[in-house]
Design a protein around this ligand. Structure first.
Ligand code: ATP
Length: 586
């Protein structure tokens, strides 16, 4: 097949603003494409050589592409660079220079799709010493034989700027029209794509064996399933109405979504965007190998960074340190992850995606052995708004973003690749920084683990309620302490240690160690939230709820100049919460 057919189609598609026309041009192209290269043409229209999860990218730097254009056209790199400054598109520059080529190719070989694909594949796979020269020569070789228009699209393809904008769904439409007898069979195409994430394979199957063969597509190990996504509503009442009055509500953990494929001794992790991210999470791979029971399994989980010393979840940003090639082991040591499993899609040869959520959820409880660092997402069955709201507050309080409420009806299948109403997320739409620090009283402590064995992992802190003359808990704080602080605090607190909770302390949490309220620390947090766990201002703003400080940190200041009774009061915390709400509303 001549590559010029592909370039012509790109040109038309690029010029139109109408979606239907775009599909028509693509249909024309696919009809002209021989069976043998249909998958390759499909990948090329997406600017790729393989589906994303394979992880092979063409990726040529613009500087190298400039060199290739210079080499193929016999012009200096400076000239090419100068023109590029004006056009801003090396593809266009290449086209222009090829039209006025100074160097004649004696026996030009017209470009075929096969040759283009193979050459780009070699470029993509060339690594190590000498690879830069090899890439340059391969690309220049293609350009030397290319027509100007072909050169434009070749350059755009190799530099990752194809810009024709053909979405996955447009390719599926076009395939259904070209080979599937019209759009009626479209859902079949979509399902095949959603479970395989491989448009090229879908195309090849249809062209070689007809659309009926798509029915044989099922979930398979090593091919990521396109993720199911959630809609959003902002009140528990609406959520329950939408889900038929009852749902499974789960914590929405604030980490990175991973789709885990375990095939015997091999574990692969895919990101939400279906890239292979296994190398970023050696610790997660280890956890999976230690705990997962089935030989072959695909499940989804949220990967969350956890503080080694306190066991508390850290905000999502901590995982960003994993986005690099080197130092992953160090990052994994500093911020190891825990996995919270929230769905299971395949177990030992059985595709579960068409099972209802209650069935999948039940299986989910059985796939992992008891393990410190992996478990099923916290959940409840909720059938009234109050229960849902309470669970939501608890989730926020525990460092989560909110809830994902999941349908448990007959149709609650795993809707791969779709954002639908079977899952509804409930997050607060606002976030606001706490502007002021607060001074809180140490009323209890929790034993540390790991590096903090022998000292405290977190302190239980309280605000003062002068009306009742008692201390009401408002957070557990394990961050912001230096090694020196950690060594000193147990010594300092030992004078105030008690065998039980101090009578003036109101707490629903059971601390490991209790203290007489004496020591005051300065704390800064991210925000103040409603909380079912803490007793600060309980029932003041809402029946059954108190207030909590989220992500508290010790500022480093011991307020030894303050007595416990001088600590921040419960009323002040209520006021801070109210003004935070006002800021959000205004
Ligand atoms: P957001 O930015 O709110 O996470 P999103 O577009 O990435 O949104 P949504 O489908 O809207 O994804 O929300 C679901 C996301 O929440 C999932 O992608 C997953 O990463 C995360 N998540 C955390 N806990 C759960 C859970 N228990 N069930 C499903 N998804 C969960």
């Amino acid at each position: 097949m001549r590559y010029s057919l592909v370039a012509d189609a790109y040109e038309r598609i690029e010029a139109t603003t109408k979606r239907l026309e775009m599909t028509d041009y693509l249909v024309e192209l696919l009809k002209k494409t021989p069976k043998t290269v249909i998958d390759k043409v499909v990948y090329l229209t997406q600017g790729k050589l393989y589906p994303d999860f394979i992880g092979i990218e063409i990726g040529i730097a613009e500087k190298l592409a400039v060199k290739a254009v210079a080499k193929a056209t016999g012009r200096s790199e400076e000239k090419i660079e100068a023109d590029l400054k004006q056009t801003g598109d090396l593809g266009e520059t290449a086209q222009k220079f090829l039209e006025n080529k100074q160097q004649v190719t004696f026996f030009p070989q017209p470009l075929t799709v096969e040759r283009v694909y193979e050459t780009l594949d070699k470029i993509a796979k060339s690594t190590g010493a000498g690879s830069v020269d090899q890439k340059l020569n391969l690309l220049a070789g293609l350009l030397a034989d290319a027509e100007p228009k072909e050169a434009k699209y070749l350059i755009r393809t190799v530099t990752g700027k194809l810009r024709v904008g053909i979405a996955d769904m447009t390719v599926l439409d076009a395939l259904a029209i070209a080979y599937g007898g019209g759009k009626d069979l479209r859902p079949l195409f979509e399902r095949a794509y959603n479970v395989s994430s491989d448009l090229g394979r879908v195309a090849k199957t249809v062209v070689e064996s007809g659309p009926e063969a798509l029915k044989n597509f099922s979930v398979s190990l090593g091919e990521p399933i396109r993720p199911m996504l959630a809609e959003r509503l902002s009140s528990p009442k609406e959520i329950l109405e939408k889900l038929g009055g009852i749902c499974i509500a789960e914590y929405k953990y604030d980490g990175e979504r991973v789709q885990v494929h375990k095939n015997g001794g091999e574990v692969t992790l895919f990101s939400r965007r279906l890239e292979n991210i296994t190398s970023q999470y050696p610790d997660a791979v280890e956890i999976v190998m230690e705990s997962l029971i089935p030989e072959k399994v695909i499940f989804e989980a949220e990967c969350v960074a956890v503080d080694v010393d306190t066991g508390e979840m850290k905000p999502f940003q901590e995982l960003m340190h994993r986005r690099r090639k080197y130092g992953i082991q160090e990052a994994a040591k500093e911020n190891p992850v825990s996995l919270f499993m929230f769905d299971v899609l395949y177990v030992d040869g059985r595709d579960l995606t068409l099972e209802t959520y209650p069935v999948r959820h039940k299986i989910l409880q059985t796939i992992a052995k008891k393990h410190d660092r992996i478990r099923v997402a916290n959940s409840i069955i909720a059938d009234n708004p109050e229960k849902l709201e309470k669970f939501f507050e608890e989730a926020i309080e525990n460092g989560c973003e909110g809830l994902i409420c999941k349908s448990i009806r007959e149709d609650s299948v795993y809707q791969a690749g779709a954002r639908g109403w079977l899952w509804i997320k409930y997050k607060r739409d606002y976030k606001s920084e706490m502007r002021d620090t607060v001074d809180l009283v140490v009323v209890g402590a929790f034993h540390g683990r790991g590096k903090r064995a022998g000292t405290y992992g977190a302190l239980l802190l309280a605000a003062y309620n002068p009306k009742k003359d008692e201390y009401e808990t408002v957070c557990k704080c394990g961050s912001g302490f230096t090694d020196e602080d950690l060594a000193n605090i147990p010594k300092m607190m030992s004078a105030h240690q008690m065998l039980h909770r101090h009578p003036r302390v109101e707490s629903k949490l059971e601390a490991d160690v209790w203290f007489e309220p004496k020591i005051v620390l300065e704390i800064i947090g991210a925000e103040i939230t409603l909380s079912p766990i803490h007793t600060c201002a309980e029932n003041v703003l809402r029946e059954g709820s108190g207030l909590a400080i989220r992500f508290p940190r010790f500022t480093g200041k011991f307020r030894s100049d303050k007595a416990a009774e001088d600590a921040t009061t419960v009323d002040e915390i209520v006021e801070m919460y109210r003004s935070q709400l006002k800021t959000i509303e205004s």
